[in-house]
Ligand binder design. Structure first.
Ligand code: SAH
Ligand code: SF4
Ligand code: F3S
Length: 443
């Protein structure tokens, strides 16, 4: 078939999309660049908040219309939404042909075969163990995602992920290293190790290394950059900080979601740490790791969050001075404990608090970014920027950096002198070329 995958959600979904694509190609199907040219459209979905679900519903509505107008089209709903009752109801309503949960993505070929053989539907919600040893080939890119573990054993009361992705399973280290080495051979410059909670890699499994050991092992391939996401404060141990401080190619960039600055809210979220423990980790990181950039996730307007609780989040901001933050309004997700037990608060209150937080973050990010003006950063230039005359890349510490297009002939690693800063972007000029593998015109 002529297939196209639409990907929503986090980087783990992007990695999974790459697995789905390689399965389809190995089964003799062809990937097409535009959904209009496809007769198999796969939606790899996210269910973490209401918004990505609404987006999927609207896209499915379009495809149902196309089908009713006679278009020959097979539609597959995959990923996190597919795993939920909510997703199964949506699939029924919109006449979805294939439904595969995030643990069953390797069923894509049997599913397509079944539909081609005339079967009306194919569904699988299994968490298949073959996924843990499945070798996904290196992507044709300068950054490679590498999932090291699946699922989540935490029970944050707002979060649907443990339901969609099941319990934690760490992938075998030899499989991870095989993928990392293939990426290095393919010229990839940056490996992103992925998991819902990467710090608990190998926990309780004597035959597996700890996350800090795994980080160092991946770094020993000599790949220029190793990054990872997401960390959970509960499992963020000193050996991880030491590994980052001691290993040059493990990047000085740590995404450590806090969710709230109030102990009362953290308790209701069941986050398993308090404000003080979190701040101690931040202190240790800033002490040991030079030039480190710390980012976070925040949920604003969790049920029962008082003005005082919110002020605690604001004051935590002052203490940590995050360089960057993803800020979300609480979204009540059916199937989560907080949906069942707590009342949502008025949207106006949530929006107003979010606005205040965004404003403060803007100032902090601007202040932090300004410190880099006049300095040189190593930037992996990867793609054309939306601003026509620039190309876009990321520093070792994950700053977004734009450089004038005419200074670059190939995508790759460059030394860049930072000339100016905005809250979200650094602007620079190229000082020197480090390495690359993809000529600019191919990207
Ligand atoms: N495993 C990671 C991230 C999971 S989802 C972690 O534990 O940090 C990514 C982010 O989405 C979360 O960090 C949280 O900030 C946000 N999120 C999850 N559920 C949400 C909900 N119901 N409403 C709003 N934001 C949510
Ligand atoms: Fe969700 Fe919490 Fe697990 Fe992260 S740690 S995926 S927020 S349950
Ligand atoms: Fe979304 Fe699933 Fe990722 S719910 S954030 S795609 S793990």
């Amino acid at each position: 078939m002529r297939a196209h995958v639409l990907t929503y959600g986090c980087q783990m979904n992007e990695y999974d999309t790459h697995t789905i694509q390689s399965e389809l190609v190995s089964g003799g199907h062809q990937m097409v660049d535009h959904p209009n040219d496809a007769n198999l459209i796969i939606l790899n979905t996210c269910a973490v908040r209401g918004k990505p679900v609404e987006k999927v519903i609207s896209v499915l509505g379009e495809f149902r219309k196309d089908k009713r107008n006679g278009r020959d089209l097979t539609v597959a709903l995959m990923g996190c939404l597919a795993q939920l009752e909510e997703g199964q109801d949506i699939a029924d309503k919109f006449g979805v042909d294939i439904l595969l949960g995030p643990g069953a993505i390797t069923d894509i070929l049997p599913a397509v075969d079944a539909i081609e053989a005339g079967k009306e539907h194919f569904r699988s919600l299994e968490f298949k163990s073959d996924l843990e040893t499945y070798i996904t080939p290196a992507p044709d890119s300068l950054t490679g995602f590498l999932t090291i573990m699946r699922g989540c054993n935490h029970h944050c009361t707002y979060c649907i992920v443990p339901t969609t992705r099941g319990p934690e399973v760490s992938r075998p280290v030899d499989v991870i290293m095989q993928e990392a080495e293939a990426m290095q051979k393919a010229g990839i410059q940056e490996i992103y190790l992925l998991g819902q909670n990467v710090n608990s890699y190998g926990l309780g499994e004597a035959h597996l290394p700890s996350f800090a050991e795994l980080l160092k092992e991946v770094a020993s391939t000599g790949i220029p950059r190793v990054k990872f996401t997401t960390s959970h404060p509960m499992n963020f141990t000193s050996d991880i900080i030491d590994a980052i401080a001691e290993t040059p190619n493990i990047c000085n960039f740590i995404h450590l979601p806090v969710q709230s600055g109030s102990d009362r809210v953290l308790k209701r979220m069941a986050r398993e740490y308090g404000r003080e423990r979190y701040l101690n980790i931040i202190r240790e990181i800033r002490e040991k790791v030079d030039d480190v950039v710390i980012s976070t996730d925040i949920i604003v307007g969790f049920p029962g969050e008082t003005e005082e609780d919110f002020e605690m989040t604001m004051s935590l901001y002052e203490e940590v001075a995050y360089e960057h933050a993803y800020m979300f309004i609480y979204s009540a997700r059916p199937g989560t404990p907080s949906y069942k037990h707590f009342d949502d608060m008025p949207k106006t209150v949530k929006t107003e608090r979010l606005q205040r937080l965004i404003e403060r973050q803007k100032e902090l990010s601007y202040r932090a970014n300004n410190r880099y003006v006049g300095r040189d950063l190593r930037v992996l230039v990867k793609e054309m920027a939306q601003k026509g005359d620039y190309v876009m890349g990321h520093s070792d510490q994950n700053h977004t950096v734009l450089v004038p297009k005419e200074q670059i002939s190939r995508m790759g690693l460059y030394d860049v002198r930072i000339e100016s800063a905005t809250p979200h972007t650094l602007y620079g000029t190229v000082k020197g070329f480090k390495s690359s593998s993809i000529p600019l015109m191919m990207v």
